[in-house]
Write a protein that binds this ligand. Structure first.
Ligand code: MIC
Ligand code: SF4
Length: 639
C-alpha cells in the first residue's frame, strides 16, 4: 500500500512508537521557531534545562508580535531574546525583519523537514512541503534540547484540487471553502494533504496561505507536495540546495477525500466571530465598511500586495474607510519599495504599517465601536481586535482592496484592474542583514518584567474544589488569555494571570485565587472545542497559577490539551456529552481517587452539590500521564 506524503515524512523522523493512525508516536524535530510573545517563556524553559546550546538542526527566534512597545516591557523582552539567542546558538530575527511564518517560508523552510514552532500558524511551511506543527513553548524548548516531539499519528484527509482559480479569486478563498466544509472543531489529530492537478496552478506563497489557515480547522498541519513550483520558489529565494521532490504515492490511501474544483470557487468571507462562519462576498455586498487591513502571516506576500495595489491603482480609499497595509516581511517591503508598488499604495491612501503581526493580534488598529473591519488575517475571534463590539470579516487581499475603494463590501470580480504580472517573480530581493547569527558570548539580560516560569505541585491524593467557571463551546485561547493590550505581560505570569477570562468573566482571577489560597483545586467546565486558536501556553500556565487542576470539557483542541498536560492540569472529557449540562458554576466537585484514575484514564467526577457522579475520560499518552502525575514537565525534565 502506498504512503501519504505525511506518513513519508513521519516515518523518516520516527523516534518512538508505531506509525499507525491513532497511536502515540514521537518524531525528531529538525527546525524550531519561536516568536517573542511565546518565546520568552520558551527560552526561560530552555535555560532551565541547563544546556549550553540548541541541539537541533536549526533554531530561530523571531520578534514580530510585540513591536508596538508601549512601556519598557517589550523592549526588555527583545533584549532578553537577543542575548539568550546569541548565548544558546539560536539565530535571532530582529524586529522589523517580518512575521515569523512569512520570513521562515522565505528563508529557511524546506520540503521533507520537520518544523516545530511556538505559534499555531507554524503549518504555513506546509506550503513548501515541511511537516510543520504548532506547539507550546515548553515543547519547542524540549525540541531545541534534541528531545523528540509527541503527537498522535494523524488521520490524513486528501483535499484534491482540480482546475484553476478564476481571476480575482484567490488562495484565501480556497481555504475559506475548506473551512466551510470542515469547520473550526472536530478536526483534532488530522492532517490535510493537498493533491490533484489544481495544486500545480498554485505558487508556494499561495499554498502557504492555504496551509496557514488549516490551523483554524484545528488540524495538526497541512501539506502540499514539493514539485517544480517548490523548486521555482526556492530558486527565486536563492536556496535550491534544500530542494527535494516529495509527494504521496499514487496508490496512497487516505481517511477521507474532499474534492474542490478551483474554477467554481467564488470570493468568500469568514463572518463574525469565527473563521468557520463562511458566506459568499456576493451575499454581503453593499454592507458599509469602516476599516480594511491587509497583512498578517496569511496574506502579506509580495504577490498579495501587488494584487491589492493593482486593484487600488488610480483609485482612492473611500472617505469612510481607513486602509492599513502591513507587508509580511522586510523582503516584501523592500521589493514593493523598489518596484513602485509602495507608491501606488500610498497614493491610494493606504496607511503603511510595520512588517509585523500588529493589527492581527489586536496590538494596534482597533476598529471603532460597532464598526465593520475587513481583514486578510486568519482570526476574527470575539474581542481579539481590541474592540468587542466590532464585526470582523476575513477576506482575500482582492476583496479587501476593492472594498476599500467602494467603501462597502464588494465582489472584486467587478474590478477592472489588470492583474497580469502579479505572479511569482523569478527572483526575490534577498537581504539577510536583519538576522543575527549566534556568537555564544553574550551576557543574558533580563529586565524587571521577566520572571521564572512557575511550577505546579505534583498531582495530589485529593482533588477537591469548585467549578470556578462554566463556559460554552468554542472557547478560544484569546478568551482564556487575552493578547492585545495585555501582551506585554507575557513574561510576568503573576501579573498576566490577573487577566484570565477577561472578556468572559473579569472576576474569574480573584475568585480562583481566593479558592486556591483556601487550599482548593479549581475546575473549569467547558463545552466543545475548548482552547481553540493559538499555541499560547499561558492559557494553561496562568490558570495553573490560579489553582486550576482540571478542565472538564466536551472536547479540547490538540495544542491546548498538550499545554494543559505540560503544566499539570488534567484535560478531562465528558464520557456522555449531556453531563456537561448537569454541572453549574460554583458546584462543589471532587475527582474520586485521582491517582488510580490516572492510570486507567477513567475518572469519576463527584458533584457534591448535585449529589451525582459523572464519568470522565482522560485521552493522554503514557508520557503525558507521567507528566500529569509529576504536576507538569518542568518538574520532571532533565536535559
Ligand atoms: C495568534 O495568532 O493567536 C498568535 C498570537 O500568533 C498565537 C501565539 C501567541 O499567542 O503568542 C498563535 O497563533 O499561536
Ligand atoms: Fe502574527 Fe497574526 Fe500570524 Fe498570529 S496569526 S503569527 S498574530 S500574523
Amino acid at each position: 500500500m502506498g504512503q501519504t506524503q505525511c506518513y513519508k515524512i513521519l516515518s523518516s523522523h520516527l523516534v518512538n512508537g508505531e506509525l499507525r493512525q491513532g497511536e502515540s508516536i514521537s518524531i525528531r524535530i529538525d527546525q524550531t521557531l519561536t516568536q517573542d510573545a511565546t518565546g520568552t517563556m520558551a527560552y526561560l524553559e530552555f535555560e532551565s534545562l541547563g544546556l549550553d546550546k540548541a541541539q537541533n538542526e536549526l533554531a530561530i527566534s523571531y520578534v514580530d508580535h510585540n513591536t508596538v512597545q508601549v512601556g519598557f516591557e517589550n523592549a526588555d523582552d527583545h533584549e532578553y531574546l537577543r542575548t539568550v539567542a546569541d548565548r544558546k546558538g539560536v539565530i535571532y530575527s530582529r524586529a522589523g525583519n517580518g512575521i515569523c511564518h512569512q520570513v521562515h517560508l522565505e528563508r529557511f523552510a524546506l520540503p521533507g523537514k520537520t518544523l516545530l514552532g511556538s505559534d499555531s500558524h507554524t503549518p504555513t511551511a506546509g506550503g513548501i512541503g515541511s511537516f510543520a506543527a504548532g506547539a507550546g513553548g515548553l515543547d519547542v524548548a524540549l525540541a531545541m534540547a534534541g528531545k523528540p516531539f509527541s503527537i498522535i499519528a494523524p488521520n490524513v484527509v486528501e483535499i484534491r484540487l482540480h482546475g484553476k482559480l478564476k481571476p480575482f479569486v484567490s488562495a484565501k478563498d480556497v481555504i475559506l471553502k475548506v473551512l466551510e466544509r470542515f469547520g473550526v472543531k472536530g478536526n483534532v489529530n488530522t492532517v490535510f494533504e493537498y493533491t490533484g492537478d489544481g495544486v500545480k496552478t498554485l505558487s508556494v506563497p499561495e499554498r502557504a496561505t492555504i496551509a496557514n489557515m488549516g490551523a483554524e480547522c484545528g488540524v495538526t498541519t497541512s501539506l502540499f507536495p514539493s514539485d517544480e513550483n517548490t523548486l521555482a520558489f526556492l530558486t527565486a529565494q536563492g536556496r535550491t540546495a534544500g530542494y527535494v521532490p516529495l509527494a504521496a504515492d499514487p496508490d496512497a490511501v487516505y481517511d477521507d477525500l474532499y474534492e474542490i474544483d478551483l474554477s467554481s470557487i467564488e470570493p468568500l468571507a469568514a463572518c463574525p466571530h469565527s473563521p468557520g462562519n463562511i458566506r459568499s462576498v456576493k451575499d454581503l455586498e453593499g454592507m458599509p465598511v469602516n476599516q480594511v487591513l491587509i497583512g498578517s502571516c496569511t496574506n502579506s506576500s509580495y504577490m498579495d500586495l501587488r494584487k491589492a495595489a493593482q486593484i487600488l491603482r488610480g483609485h482612492h480609499v473611500a472617505p469612510s474607510v481607513s486602509l492599513g497595509v502591513a507587508p509580511g516581511s522586510r523582503e516584501v517591503l523592500l521589493m514593493i519599495t523598489e518596484d513602485g508598488t509602495l507608491e501606488t499604495l500610498i497614493k491610494a491612501g493606504a496607511r503603511i504599517l510595520e512588517s509585523a503581526c500588529g493589527f492581527c493580534i489586536g496590538n494596534h488598529q482597533s476598529p471603532g465601536t460597532d464598526s465593520v473591519s475587513l481583514r486578510t488575517s486568519n482570526r476574527n475571534f470575539y474581542a481579539r481586535s481590541g474592540t468587542a463590539s466590532a464585526n470582523l470579516y476575513l477576506v482575500s487581499p482582492e476583496t479587501a482592496a476593492y472594498s476599500a475603494i467602494t467603501g462597502v463590501f464588494s465582489d472584486p470580480r467587478k474590478s477592472d484592474a489588470d492583474l497580469s504580472g502579479t505572479g511569482m517573480p523569478e527572483k526575490f530581493l534577498i537581504d539577510d542583514s536583519m538576522f543575527i547569527l549566534p556568537s555564544f558570548s553574550a551576557e543574558i539580560k533580563r529586565g524587571p518584567n521577566i520572571g521564572e516560569p512557575p511550577k505546579n505541585t505534583p498531582l495530589p491524593e485529593i482533588v477537591k474544589g469548585h467549578a470556578v467557571i462554566k463556559v460554552g463551546d468554542k472557547i478560544t485561547t484569546d478568551h482564556i488569555m487575552p493578547a492585545g493590550a495585555r501582551l506585554k505581560y507575557r513574561s510576568n505570569i503573576p501579573h498576566y494571570s490577573q487577566f484570565v477570562f477577561e472578556s468572559v468573566d473579569p472576576d474569574f482571577p480573584s475568585r480562583a485565587a481566593a479558592l486556591r489560597d483556601a487550599g482548593e483545586s479549581g475546575f473549569i467546565i467547558a463545552g466543545a472545542s475548548y482552547g481553540q486558536g493559538s499555541s499560547r501556553e499561558h492559557a494553561a500556565i496562568c490558570p495553573m497559577y490560579l489553582g486550576i487542576r482540571a478542565v472538564c470539557a466536551v472536547s479540547i483542541e490538540r495544542i491546548h490539551q498538550a499545554n494543559l498536560c505540560n503544566f499539570g492540569i488534567l484535560p478531562l472529557l465528558f464520557e456522555n456529552e449531556d453531563d456537561y449540562g448537569k454541572i453549574d458554576q460554583g458546584d462543589e466537585l471532587e475527582l474520586v481517587n485521582p491517582m488510580l484514575s490516572l492510570e486507567s484514564g477513567t475518572f469519576t467526577l463527584r458533584d457534591h452539590t448535585k449529589g451525582i457522579d459523572i464519568p470522565m475520560r482522560l485521552f493522554a499518552s503514557e508520557e503525558q500521564k507521567e507528566t500529569l502525575r509529576a504536576g507538569g514537565k518542568l518538574n520532571e525534565v532533565k536535559a
